[in-house]
Design a protein around this ligand. Sequence first.
Ligand SMILES: Nc1ncnc2c1ncn2[C@@H]1O[C@H](COP(=O)(O)OP(=O)(O)OP(=O)(O)O)[C@@H](O)[C@H]1O
Ligand SMILES: [Mg+2]
Length: 253
Amino acid sequence: MSFLQVVDLTVTFGGLVAVNKVNFGVDHGDIFTVIGPNGAGKTTLFNAITGFQNKVGVINFKGEDISSWRTDQIAKRGIVRTFQHTTIFQGITVKEAVLTGTYKGNQASIWDILLRTNKFKVNEQRLLSKVDQVLEFTGITAFKDDYGRNLPYGAQRLVEIAIALAAEPVILLLDEPAAGLNSAEKRNLSNLIRKIQESGVTIILVEHDMPLVMGLSSSIMVVDHGEKIAEGKPDEIAHHPEVIRAYLGGAAC
Ligand SMILES: Nc1ncnc2c1ncn2[C@@H]1O[C@H](COP(=O)(O)OP(=O)(O)OP(=O)(O)O)[C@@H](O)[C@H]1O
Ligand SMILES: [Mg+2]
């Protein structure tokens, strides 16, 4: 069994089957990418895996069935996601925003916080140094005291990834992280995703940018109308007739 095993995953909205009996496995350390046309069910798949969406089917993580777990339980177990549309806090600084991601490392109780105990102070220092480390890793230290609303769009997207990294993911799900980025920002993002993988994190990526997908992915799954239509290595997918028809609009990349 794979590190993450998804079996017959199905999500319906009224009469619409957004994800239809999808099966796949993600191996530890891989960058597993999901591609497919708009409305194919990619974000819904992410929502189902991370507990944001009711579903039918089984999701097995490291041999444990997590299908019925709540979002917070799944995140604490190490399955952490970013969102397709930018959700970063506008009215707090980058440092404060990334601090919100460190909840897993918090060891202070409410009493420690209220009474400002020594444990609270040690805990606070540890979390702040975790934030510094994540900001450095993500390459956004220069923005740490800036408010979310003042950041360039590309930096906002990196902050979202930094918040997710602060939660110490075992599996990181990235929903269209390259959307809206210019080519220099995409190169930077691609290097960052590779660096995250090399640090030992398994990645599940949803992305439309084909050069980025082809350059990074260990394997690719193609979905269309909620169904898996192909799965394979990047070069197999690039030449797969069904994929060229459904996704690439008739032109192999
Ligand atoms: N909460 C919802 N209620 C009803 N229908 C929904 C809901 N969320 C998604 N859908 C529908 O489910 C289908 C899959 O949507 P989804 O957002 O998963 O697609 P996607 O592959 O992520 O598309 P995109 O590439 O545009 O982000 C679409 O037809 C969409 O309209
Ligand atoms: Mg989507």
